[in-house]
Each structure stands twice: as C-alpha cells, then as structure tokens.
Design a binder for this molecule. Structure first.
Ligand SMILES: *[C@@H]1O[C@H](CO)[C@@H](O)[C@H](O)[C@H]1NC(C)=O
Length: 152
C-alpha cells in the first residue's frame, strides 16, 4: 500500500516534469517587453540585465523601410547594445499600445524621443515611431523585429 502510494507520487511528479513549462500569458509578455523598453531608455546595466532574454535572442531592425538588419545575435550582445549601442540615443518611451496576436507575438507600438547624454541634449525633431514585435520561448524573449519611422 505504502509502496504503491510512493509510486503514484513518483508517477505524478514525472508527469509534471514532462508537461510544457508555464506559457507566458499576456501579462508576462507585456512585463518582458516593458523591461526591454525600460532598458532601452535608461541604459543602466541593472535594467539591461533584468530583460528576460533567451541566450540566442535575435533582433532585426528596419529603419524608415530600409532593412531588415540583424542588430543582435545573443543576450550578451543585446544587453551591451541596450547600454552602449545606437539605441543609447533613446531616452524616453511613451504612448505604448499593446497588441497580442494569436500566434503568440506581442506587438508594442510606441514613440521614443532621442538625444545625447540621456536627453540632456535633445535632437530636435527626432521623435521616432516604433513598431516592435516580440516573440517568446516560454517566458523569455527569443526574437524582436523592430520597424521604426523617423520623424514619428
Ligand atoms: C504573428 O502575427 C502577426 C499579425 O498577423 C504578424 O505580423 C507576425 O508576423 C506573426 N508572427 C509570426 C512569428 O508568425
């Protein structure tokens, strides 16, 4: 009796382990995208490290219809880029609108202001409209496709 109970426990934990890991729901996806957008504007290492990324996360960017260019090849790459890359020009993100598609992709449509020294020197007219498609593997961002339009 005791043995069969133990076997039952063993069986159910094996079953639990074989189930897919928790899917990322809308709240989880939005939190991941928000963490990315925050890091894009603060450029802090802590914020860049907090973005939930797969190790081999990729990013493709299209600027005013020109592209796509692959601008990131790994999590390390992307975290460094968020701190020191071209996106270091972005210092404010606003008007975020979120669209969750049935295929699991989350689109975030927003605007950014760009400038030098974290906005201390704004670049006149440099408002950019951003359409950013986030794909996930479980709870981690696995791919980002970015389409920007400047001026917004
Ligand atoms: C998911 O659907 C959206 C809306 O149709 C589309 O733009 C996007 O390319 C799709 N993503 C994938 C990975 O198929």
């Amino acid at each position: 009796m005791q043995l069969s109970f133990a076997l039952l426990l063993l069986g159910s934990s094996a079953l639990a382990a074989s189930l897919p890991r928790r899917a990322c729901d809308a709240t989880c996806k939005r939190a991941g995208a928000d963490a990315y957008i925050k890091a894009l504007t603060t450029h802090s290492k802590a914020d860049a490290d907090a973005v939930p990324l797969t190790d081999d996360v990729k990013r493709f960017e299209t600027f005013n219809g020109i592209g796509p260019f692959q601008t990131s090849f790994s999590a390390t790459d992307m975290r460094l880029g968020l701190q020191f890359g071209a996106s270091a020009l972005a210092y404010r993100a606003y008007e975020q609108a979120y669209t969750a598609f049935d295929n699991g992709t989350l689109l975030v449509n927003y605007k950014i202001d760009t400038g030098l020294l974290n906005g201390a020197i704004p670049i006149p007219g440099a408002k950019t409209r951003v359409y950013e498609y986030f794909q996930y593997a479980d709870t981690l961002i696995s791919r980002i496709d970015v389409y920007t339009q400047t001026p917004a």
